[in-house]
Design a protein around this ligand. Structure first.
Ligand SMILES: *Cc1c(COP(=O)(O)O)cnc(C)c1O
Length: 481
């Protein structure tokens, strides 16, 4: 298996070469040269593997179709070490829960739990594997990596819990001072591992991102201090997420001719892009529903063909903050497929048109209609009022609490659910992470998993800094020996 860039760079790379990289050298995103095709016989075998041996074995089977530069026994061991009941809370890892909803008669709606990992958000599903893959590959190369990131909450904590104590890796995570929920702050700042560094910046999330970009653009510093990232464009993260689409499918169906749909609370288009990859491999998915909040860049595209990046001023701060994006960083991958892998056009759209005008329009292109007809994409948008109502309805009808992002996914899914096609709504976080909105909706505090009891009172390790590139660089230098 070789990987190419969506912008047409001539290089072809293997999995472990792109594992520790971000963007391709031409600014494009990596994708496999072709998607491995799952025959009906193979799908039957994967169902068998999943039911007899569980999620880790399924993960190994799917990953091995894309990774041919890690010996099989090692890859299997990495999957088995990652996807355990101890780390993900249940033996099924991603169990389904049927929901009573107001969906059309005969339509079954399920929640697929992806957020029982260490930080209670779906990002653990990929990040936990990434931590083990990084440690494996860095050890093999006798190398080190300093991960520099910016977070408004979920990504940073998932990265820190995945990398804590790992050999060869240090994490320097910037976050805007005082902007994360108290629970999120406690989750991150209570990590006392020597290789984890929390940096609170006196500024907003964009200031943190600007600092990370400035440090990464200093190529000499980047090389000397081995700076890397773990953002959602990393192909290994996306690949790890493909697995749970298979696991959801097998749990919701009895045989391999049935179809299911997925509804995915979306921001950077990483999660739903993994669903797209699973569908391209031949997993029988009817629809992939892209659910957005008030930041509806993606809903607008799937409705009109216009992709319009938002400025800082018109990016809304919402009660599903992990979907508050101004542009969707993985979206280029889907556009590459939609345009029949025409890298010259992709480069023109994303490199030239977007930087010059902040938008492009595929609405008039005959290929645009295929987003729905051929690739199965549908979309919708949800607001704060929708979230409150959805959280209330689910609580009334099922006596369970869902988080605000999952509520966006469910709100958009219900009117689109079809009879005879199970609709799987991906649960991307647990409600305790966004307790204030749950209290607003229900007047109740969400349940807190026992391991997080009293977390706010634990000692914290965090360095407060002005918004200064030099201050962050100096801190990295000081902690790199
Ligand atoms: C990151 C995140 C999302 C958005 O996922 P993308 O892959 O960026 O589309 C949705 N919900 C939660 C809780 C998240 O942490």
């Amino acid at each position: 298996m070789r990987y190419l860039s969506t912008r047409g760079h001539a290089d072809r790379k293997r999995f472990c070469e792109i594992l520790l990289e971000g963007l391709a050298p031409d600014g494009g995103l990596y994708l496999p040269e072709t998607y491995p095709q799952i025959s009906p016989a193979q799908l039957g075998r994967l169902r068998q593997v999943f039911s007899a041996q569980g999620y880790a074995a399924l993960a190994y089977e799917v990953l091995s179709l894309y990774i041919d530069d890690i010996p099989s026994a090692d890859l299997r061991a990495l999957c088995e070490k990652t996807y355990t009941e101890a780390i993900f809370g249940t033996r099924e890892i991603v169990p389904l829960k049927p929901l009573q909803t107001k969906a059309a008669l005969g339509a079954t709606v399920y929640l697929q739990a992806l957020s029982n990992g260490p930080t209670l958000a779906f990002k653990d599903m990929a990040m936990q594997l990434l931590g083990n893959l990084f440690e494996y590959e860095l050890t093999r190369r006798h190398a080190e990596l300093n991960i520099l990131g910016a977070t408004s909450g979920d990504t940073g904590s998932a990265a820190e819990y995945a990398m804590r104590g790992k050999k060869g890796v240090r994490v320097f995570m910037t976050s805007p001072e005082g902007r994360m929920s108290p629970f999120q702050q406690a989750q991150m700042f209570s990590l006392l591992d020597a290789n984890i560094h929390n940096i609170a910046i006196e500024g907003v999330f964009d200031d943190c991102q600007d600092i990370v970009k400035a440090v990464s653009n200093d190529l000499e510093f980047k090389r000397k201090y081995k700076i890397g990232t773990v953002n959602s464009i990393n192909w290994a993260r996306l690949l790890a997420q493909v697995v749970y689409y298979f696991a959801g499918y097998f749990q919701a169906t009895q045989n391999d001719t049935q179809k299911v749909s997925f509804s995915v609370p979306s921001g950077n288009f990483g999660n739903v892009c993994a669903g797209h990859v699973a569908r391209m491999m031949g997993l029988p998915i009817a629809h992939l529903v892209v659910a957005t909040n008030e930041n509806d860049v993606l809903d607008e595209f799937f409705k009109t063909g216009v992709y319009r990046v938002r400025g800082t001023a018109d990016t809304h701060e919402t009660s599903s903050p992990s979907m508050d994006i101004s542009k969707a960083s993985n979206f280029e991958r889907f556009v590459f497929d939609l345009l029949q892998r025409d890298a010259t056009r992709v480069k023109n759209l994303f490199q030239d048109q977007l930087s010059q005008t902040g938008q492009f329009n595929l609405g008039q292109d005959p290929l645009f209609a295929q987003a729905k007809s051929h690739y199965g994409f549908l979309s919708g948008r949800s607001t704060h009022a929708d979230r409150l109502k959805t959280i209330q309805d689910v609580y009334t009808d099922n006596h369970i609490m869902i988080d605000t992002h999952t509520a966006d996914g469910l709100k958009v899914a219900v009117p689109l659910a079809q009879a005879e096609v199970p609709m799987l709504v991906l649960e991307t976080a647990l409600p305790i992470k966004f307790a204030a909105t749950l209290v607003e909706a229900l007047g109740l505090e969400p349940d807190r998993p026992a391991k997080f009891e009293g977390i706010e009172a634990l000692p914290k390790r965090v360095k407060l800094m002005p918004k200064s590139v030099d201050a962050v660089k100096a801190y990295i230098v000081q902690h790199c020996d």
